[in-house]
Design a protein around this ligand. Sequence first.
Ligand code: NIG
Ligand code: FE
Length: 414
Amino acid sequence: MKNLIIKNAAELVTCRGNRAKKGREMSELHVIPDGTVVIEDGIITAVGNSQEICAYLDESNYEVIDASGKAVLPGFVDSHTHLVFGGYRAEEFSWRLRGDSYMEIMQRGGGIINTVKATRQASKAELLASAKKRLDSMVSFGVTTVEGKSGYGLDDETEIKQLEVMQQLNEEHPVDVVSTFLGAHAVPNEYKGREDEFIDFLIDKVLPVVSERKLAEFCDVFCEQNVFSVEQSRRLLRKAQEFGLGVKLHADEIVQLGGAELAAELGAVSADHLLQASDAGIKALAEAGVVATLLPGTAFSLKAPYARGRFMIDQGCAVALATDMNPGSCFTESIPLIFALAVLYMNLSIEEAVTAFTINGAAAVGRADKIGSLDVGKYGDVVILEFPSYKYIPYHIGVSTVEKVIKRGVLVFD
Ligand code: NIG
Ligand code: FE
């Protein structure tokens, strides 16, 4: 299905634009009633009213999908996940229900380090197979581009293994996988108490390989109390920038440490989590044009206070939403769950949430010029809902309303 017409959509939600939308702009979805989108060789070649477009096209040259009674949107961008990992941590989930906190479990040697052990042991084939299943699940929720992080190796061999798995998935799976190097995700046991030396190791031994082999587009760090300080994070991320990588941060997730301020100072592509971000940090993000990537599934799963999404948008931030899919703090691929949490508990409007999962998600992976909206020249990445309006996405709580998914003009989920 290389040349495709999707016509008669009850709502064609274009999300028009090729950069992150800030503040009030996030409410503008640019919906075309009775809309049609045309895709040729994977690229969008026309967008508009069905009558106008179908009047001049010879439909016999195309596959045609009749989207009568259905809403059509850009493919969703899940811009923050940890999708390649070994093992699971269901036991820790039950400890958290009993009252143990995420950081307590991490302090006593569980948490991320638990997954590191399993990921070091896993073969590449095992990691590929489990991550592929997760990608299949993501597509069923309408995701056409996903960001994935390393960070469960914390040694050169396993970090590279994770990144190679993502590279292979990107080649073999219809979903585009954007790779992020998160070597500074936790302090491995062999470097306990020697955090600065671990940062040196990442800078001297791993970053150069990641950069030379083009294994990642971004570098991320878990900037958090008892993990990596603002100073350590700054040192690593500055080096990453010298190596030509864009930077991201797990910022102000558990404790207010100044991660948002650091993201603004560095001109990061995104600052993520931000549950505890300060007013000044939020203002700085808005001014610096750093995408604030909010992950309400994690707040939900950790029973933590939600990030101040409404306030951030009112302050002029560009907000993106993502799942944070990982085996510890938020084990879900569910886009509709995140939509519902965003509108019910962070007080985003449904329009803002759609923007956050499309064009702003695209901006959070540096691809707002290629994906995230239904505009001529962009990839033909499209989601068709079984319902006539985007408003059904959070309304049908936690259940996917996605009927079909098209990736670069090819039907990949039906
Ligand atoms: O985004 N906070 C740090 N990293 C992940 C969790 C990873 C894990 O627990 O395995 C997060 O919440
Ligand atoms: Fe994360």
